[in-house]
Design a protein around this ligand. Structure first.
Ligand SMILES: *[C@@H]1O[C@H](CO)[C@@H](O)[C@H](O)[C@H]1NC(C)=O
Ligand SMILES: *[C@@H]1O[C@H](CO)[C@@H](O)[C@H](O)[C@H]1NC(C)=O
Ligand SMILES: *[C@@H]1O[C@H](CO)[C@@H](O)[C@H](O)[C@H]1NC(C)=O
Ligand SMILES: *[C@@H]1O[C@H](CO)[C@@H](O)[C@H](O)[C@H]1NC(C)=O
Length: 307
């Protein structure tokens, strides 16, 4: 992404002055799939489209006109115009916060891509942002104000930052948020989670069991994927919702479980946890074979040590 950004800046500022050299950057690496989406694919395609159109290299200004159907191009073209106006008039009247974000990052039809930029806090997001990809930065703290004005967010990916502190309420009001990744950070506890969440990745942190509230997952009735692997949990989180399909708890410090951990105790012999497919408990001190009644309601046994 670094190459991409530098090239991006070059593209916007120097292009009018110099003729573009043959496109050596064609091999610029885009980040690996992870939460890859259709948007990302479209992004790649349209980006390559713009860069490598031959006539564009010769006549950038004409190409701009010809490319009017391209969202990304229009967006940046408008911003550049705003930037020029700002420089000419030298007034403070325009709110440039969002503009700055979209120069540092890439903004494309509701998505903001800000990866490997060394940023230390969440940037000001354009209104109506649906998808934020801010992986591999140096963000240390998340504040309520970071997302307070952006209730449209559906996916936030903050994998690989240095987050150790999340103000409570940072995510709670994001009623459309479905996917959240806080993997590979420095968290000791989980923030309050929003109701529509379907996927939470918080693996590779320092989360202890006391950092997860007893009812943290109870109301998340659409939660399907929960990754808490490689943390410091001493027990399985309580009140796991019925919607859960995958539960990753490998490489924690879980020493025991009970008959109520996954099921509902001995009495409820007819209860079956319908959706649960995968429970990973390998890399924990617990010997699962000691708790033969703990898995009665499951369709498959957890992965882990049995003797
Ligand atoms: C500019 O936007 C920021 C963040 O959205 C906001 O805090 C600030 O009040 C705005 N300033 C003006 C002049 O609108
Ligand atoms: C869960 O998903 C369904 C179907 O997408 C939706 O109707 C329902 O409102 C969601 N539940 C919550 C708590 O958001
Ligand atoms: C795991 O838990 C035990 C107590 O059950 C504790 O003594 C030990 O320090 C813990 N290990 C880690 C890595 O936190
Ligand atoms: C099991 O059933 C008995 C009586 O039916 C009840 O007193 C007890 O609380 C139940 N235990 C659990 C764990 O539900």
């Amino acid at each position: 992404m670094k190459t991409l950004q530098k090239f991006g800046l070059f593209f916007y500022f120097l292009l009018p002055l110099v003729k573009l050299a043959p496109p050596k950057q064609h091999s610029a690496t885009f980040y690996d799939p992870g939460l890859a989406t259709l948007e990302e694919t479209i992004f790649k395609q349209s980006y390559e489209d713009i860069i490598f159109k031959e006539d564009y290299e010769d006549k950038p200004q004409d190409a701009v006109k010809n490319k009017e159907s391209n969202d990304m191009f229009l967006f940046h073209e408008n911003e550049l115009q705003m930037q020029r106006d700002e420089e000419i008039l030298n007034e403070g009247s325009t709110n440039l916060t969002d503009l700055a974000t979209c120069l540092l990052c890439v903004c494309l039809s509701g998505s903001v891509y800000c990866e490997e930029t060394d940023m230390e806090s969440v940037p000001a997001l354009p209104k109506e942002t649906g998808y934020l990809y801010a992986r591999f930065n140096k963000i240390k703290k998340l504040k309520v104000s970071d997302f307070a004005e952006i209730p449209t967010l559906k996916r936030i990916d903050l994998t690989g930052n240095m987050i150790q502190d999340i103000e409570d309420g940072t995510f709670a009001k994001l009623v459309l948020l479905e996917e959240l990744s806080l993997a590979d950070n420095r968290l000791a506890k989980l923030p309050t989670l929003p109701p529509k969440l379907t996927s939470l990745k918080a693996n590779n942190n320092f989360i202890k069991s006391r950092g997860i509230k007893a009812n943290a997952f109870k109301k998340l009735t659409n939660l399907s994927f929960l990754d808490l692997g490689h943390n410091l949990l001493e027990s399985v989180p309580l009140n796991l919702p019925e919607s859960l399909r995958t539960l990753n708890l490998q490489f924690n410090n879980i020493t025991s479980i009970t008959d109520e951990t996954f099921c509902k105790g001995n009495n409820q012999t007819r209860y079956v946890r319908q959706r649960m497919d995968i429970i990973r408990m390998d890399g924990n001190p617990v010997i699962l074979g000691k708790y033969p009644n703990a898995f009665m309601c499951l369709r498959t046994l957890p992965i882990g040590t049995y003797f």
